[in-house]
Design a protein around this ligand. Sequence first.
Ligand code: TYD
Length: 143
Amino acid sequence: MYNSGLFKFRKIGSQSKEHLGYLTPIEAHQEIPFEVKRLYYIYGVGEEEIRGKHSHKKLHQVLICVNGSVDIKLENFFGDETYTLNDPSVGLYVGPDNWREMSNFKDNAVLLVLASEEYDPDDYIRDYDEFIQHNQKKYGGLK
Ligand code: TYD
């Protein structure tokens, strides 16, 4: 989908030695399409809860579910898509102007987020109608 997408990190390990587990490295300027200035993680979320419900004007992010499973619904001017993240070697890139809702946090889900900017409350759009208007103004001419 426009301005978002899944990609696969390296998963170092061997199926013949599965009990040794795996290692996924993420290096600056290699695996991530922006400079990471901040990371945070979301955890302890009840299965019935929905987080997010906002978009960002400038922020680029990569979401990685490092434990458990979580659904990420993205919506932008061009469509919407729901991704189930349940593999620590998979990242979901989320660019600006995507409304996101995180739900179905299962099996002690831990969602790690890598972000391109320091925390800035002014970068958020938390009102859905404002999000629609913002995207109409920005992308309306492209349709
Ligand atoms: P928020 O981004 O609204 O979380 P979610 O979309 O998952 O519900 O952030 C929740 C709270 O945490 C809010 O008060 C802002 C604060 N916060 C920070 O202080 N620094 C950060 O880097 C982030 C992401 C949030």
